[in-house]
Design a protein around this ligand. Structure first.
Ligand code: NAD
Length: 538
């Protein structure tokens, strides 16, 4: 393997090289080099100048985005980075498959879009860009052949691109008479979003006139998904809400469509794959706080509704049933032991309200808050929270480490009759275990503003439809459960702040504050300690 004859045989099977004249194939066979490689061999590093193209004889190549741009690593460090931080883009496989051909026709040293790695042992031929360009210079007809092939491919690709742009009615991002235009599409738009954003945007654009920037927003009720990602064609940024999913493959689609920013109009961003966003050079910014009071106060409302059976009582009275029986009996909050798991911005405010009731306050967090301690909160272990609490509030973010904090095992440790309140994220509770806990009586009541599979239902009217989710149906039919549809944040003050901060986030992005440099960036530092978002290769 590795002879000129082998190279010629392979070219007959190659989707690109097969179409060339025998003379050009012979010339190529002189400059093709054979490589037998091990699993993990790195052919090309993202961001590094492309100086050869590859033809597969046997095996598979993976293309990965590391988001490292021009930061060149080598050997084990690069291999480690690909393993830990990189996002898979696609796979190049099949005898004769070529990658990097067009980039090597010119000598502009354009940076590689992705890192190319051997997935398993393989046999690959490479052609140096300099050798190919020398070949072209040596024989004018070779140049014409390659130009003809490139022109044909360009015609096909541009037809597809024009067709797509026309289909989605998208113009390219451009300049207005007054300066730069930032085009944004807003997903999952309930009426409060468009009604709130439209006048605020008009005012905001007036206020930033001197900055020569205009933000233009379009709205869709569709949630961000693999299908609706295509709506972002021609937009610079998308604006998302809590139930929009930006997984790695959706982020890749957005990146290919030219989207450079995700403006999350919420604090939580657990449905955005920030690692993929970093790898594809997409800035992600959020609204870190709008009104922590709104959420803390709503948490207390849920507790009071569950404990004092407010919805049940109200329904009974509406049916002219004015009887008072044990079904409506609650307990004093004063003197009870209440735990707050997650004493961040919202949890902290909640702690103060709880202390106002005269309850005993226990806290659990990975970081202790001195102000909470000074006010009278006592930090305890997770187990103590479950063992000692009459009421537990979940106020921490949804992370791999916090998923299903309430599960079969932790419920079994709880005091009989515990009340659980969750305004944070549905994934903090294993719903099936919760339903069992309610059934067994360990849990006497639950207040939930979030539900683990809420994205299929919340912010939509399902009143005339059958709900195909048995857990949700069981929650709705259980009188010990007060369930609301993610409305804790929903006060006038909070919505005004969400809108203004989102517009400021977009303005900051347009002003060049990208990646980690964005004041409300969500992208974490990588395991390799790097965090740069690189737009250069996109
Ligand atoms: N329902 C709603 O409308 C609504 C609105 C806003 C926020 N939220 C949710 O509330 C959550 C809290 O918001 P916030 O503004 O207080 O956030 P925050 O970042 O200020 O506080 C989160 C706290 O959780 C702690 N934490 C992190 N990991 C933990 C762990 N493994 N165990 C225990 N504690 C941990 C952090 O140290 C921090 O103190 C958000 O993540 C969001 O999911 C819901």
């Amino acid at each position: 393997m590795g002879s000129k004859q082998d190279a010629l045989k392979l070219m007959e099977k190659s989707q690109i090289l097969e179409s060339f004249s025998q003379e050009l194939k012979n010339a190529f066979s002189e400059i093709m080099r054979f490589h037998q490689v091990e699993d993990g061999h790195i052919f090309v590093q993202e961001g590094a100048p492309i100086d050869n193209f590859l033809i597969i004889q046997e095996g598979v190549l993976g293309r990965y985005k590391t988001g490292l741009g021009e930061e060149h690593l080598s050997g084990d460090t690069l291999r480690e980075s690909v393993k830990t931080d990189a996002v898979w883009v696609d796979t190049v496989e099949g005898v004769g498959r070529v990658t990097g051909f067009f980039q090597n026709l010119t000598d502009d040293s354009s940076p590689a879009y992705a890192t190319i790695v051997a997935k398993g042992p393989g046999e690959v031929w490479s052609v140096k860009g300099t050798d190919m360009r020398e070949l072209v210079k040596s024989n004018g007809s070779f140049g014409l052949e390659l130009l003809g092939y490139a022109a044909q491919r360009l015609r096909v690709e541009s037809k597809i691109t024009r067709g797509l742009l026309k289909k989605f009615n998208a113009g390219s991002s451009a300049c207005t008479a007054n300066g730069k235009l930032l085009k944004v599409i807003c997903y999952d738009t309930s009426s409060w979003v468009s009604v709130g954003f439209r006048p605020a945007l008009e005012e905001f654009n007036k206020s930033i006139k001197d900055e020569e920037l205009e933000i233009r927003m379009d709205f869709t009720e569709e949630r961000l998904s693999a299908q609706s990602a295509a709506y972002a064609t021609g937009y610079d940024a998308i604006c998302t809400f809590v139930n929009d999913t930006a997984s790695a493959d959706i982020i890749q689609t957005l990146s290919l469509l030219g989207v450079k920013m995700i403006a999350q109009r919420a604090a939580g961003f657990d449905r955005i794959d920030t690692n993929a966003a970093r790898a594809f050079g997409i800035t992600v910014a959020r609204v870190p706080e709008y009104s922590p009071y709104a959420v803390a106060e709503f948490g207390i409302s849920l507790l009071m509704a569950v404990n004092r059976k407010i919805t049940r009582a109200s329904n009974r009275v509406k049916m002219s049933n004015f009887a008072l029986d044990e079904g409506l009996m609650g307990m004093d909050i004063h003197g009870k032991t209440i735990s707050v798991m997650g004493t961040g911005k919202i949890g902290c405010i909640l702690c103060n309200i709880i202390l106002g009731f005269g309850a005993k306050l226990l806290c659990y967090d990975v970081f202790e808050n001195e102000a909470v301690k000074a006010a009278g909160g006592v930090y305890v272990s997770k187990d103590e929270v479950f063992e000692k609490s009459d009421i537990i509030f979940l106020m921490m973010p949804l992370l791999p480490t916090t998923k299903y904090t309430i599960n079969e095992e932790t419920i079994s440790k709880c005091k009989h009759g515990v009340i659980i309140i969750n305004t944070s994220r549905g994934g903090l509770i294993d719903t099936k275990a919760l339903l069992q806990g309610l059934q067994s009586g360990i849990i006497s009541g639950v207040g939930m503003d979030v539900y683990e599979n809420e994205e299929d239902y919340f912010f939509q009217d399902w009143s005339a439809r059958n709900i195909p989710d048995p857990d949700l149906v069981a929650l709705l039919g259980n009188h010990k459960v007060v369930l609301t549809a993610h409305q804790s944040f929903f006060t006038k003050e909070a919505v005004d702040k969400i809108i203004l901060t989102t517009l400021e986030n977009l303005r900051d992005f347009a002003a060049g504050k990208t990646g980690l440099d964005h004041p409300n960036n969500c992208i974490p530092i990588t395991k390799q300690g790097r965090s740069k978002v690189c737009n250069k290769t996109l």
